[in-house]
Design a protein around this ligand. Sequence first.
Ligand code: NCD
Ligand code: ZN
Length: 335
Amino acid sequence: MELTLQAPLDMHLHLRDTEMLENIAQASTHTFSGAIVMPNLVPPVSSKEEVIAYKERIMDSIGNENFIPYMTLFFKPDYDRVFLETIREKITAIKLYPAGITTNSEGGVSGFDVEELRPALEAMSDLNIPLCVHGETNGFVMDREAEFVSIYEKLAAAFPKLKIIMEHITTKESVAALDRFENLYATITIHHLLITLDDVAGGMLQPHLFCKPIAKRPEDKEALLKVALAAHPKVMFGSDSAPHPRHAKENCGCAAGVFTAPIALQLLVELFEKHHALDNLQAFVSDNAQQIYGVTPLNKTVTLEKKPFKVPTDYNGVVPMYAGEEIAYSIKEAK
Ligand code: NCD
Ligand code: ZN
C-alpha cells in the first residue's frame, strides 16, 4: 500500500532558533512543502527586521530542500496601520498569544478589550492579514479552551472580514464554533487526534505528550476526528510540533510541547486509513490550507508506504512522540 501527497503543509510549526533550529529543521523541511512558522522566540519576532533576519536564519538551515517558511509576527496591540502596511509582504499571518499562557508568551495580550484591539485588528482585516490565536484563558486547565470560545465569538463578530484561525483546537466547543462564524477557521494537530488526557496522565506521567493546550476528553477527540477526517473546509493540519531539549522535558517542571514533525505524515496516513478517510487526507494536509490562506506552495511529492518504521528515540537531543515505538507507515520518497 502506497500513498502520494502533493505539497503537504504544516500550518502551525515551531522551528525555534540557533542550534535547535539547525538540529530539527530538516525533520519538517524534508517532507513538508511549507509551514507557518511561529514567532515565540526569545525575544518574540515583533519587528520587520526580526522577521527578515529570522527568515534568513531559517533559509540558511534548510540546505537545498524545497520549503517555504511562511513567516508570522507576534501580535502586539500597538501595531498600527503604517507599520502593518510596511510589513505586509514579509508575513503570512500574525499570531496572538494571551499573556503568559504558553512557552515564551509573556509579551502577549491581557484582557481582550475589543476597542483596545480595534486599530490593529481593523488594519489587519483591511490588509487581509490572518490572525492566528492561541485560544486559552487562564482558568482551570481543562476548561481554558472552552472558556476562550466566547472571546473568539466576540472577535469574529467585531471583525467579520478578519480571518481568525483557532490554533491547535482540542475541544468539541471549538469545533462547534467553526460553523457559527464565517471567518473562524482552525488548525488541528496529529497528537490531539490520537491522544486524550488519559495518555498524558492516566498512568505513568508522559512528559513527551505534555503540551498546551493539554489533550482533553474522549468526546473532544471524537469531535476533532469528525472534522479532520471529513477534511471540513475550515480545518487544516498544523502539527504544533514544539521541540524542547530532553532535559527540559524530563525535568521537575516539564516544558510544554510535543515533537511530532518527523512522524506527522506517517501518523496521519495511518489514522486516515484506519478510518477509511484516505481520500480526504490531501485536503486536510494541504488543499484546505491553500484555500484558506490563499497560498500556492512549492511542488513537493511525498510518497508513503505501509512499512513499519521504528521511531528513533532521539533526534539530536529531542525526544519525538512515540520514541522507540513502531508505527505502520514510512516515508518512501520526498522530492
Ligand atoms: C509551544 C512551544 O513550546 O513553543 N508549546 C506547546 O505546548 N504547544 C507553544 C504553543 O504553541 O503553545
Ligand atoms: Zn504552537
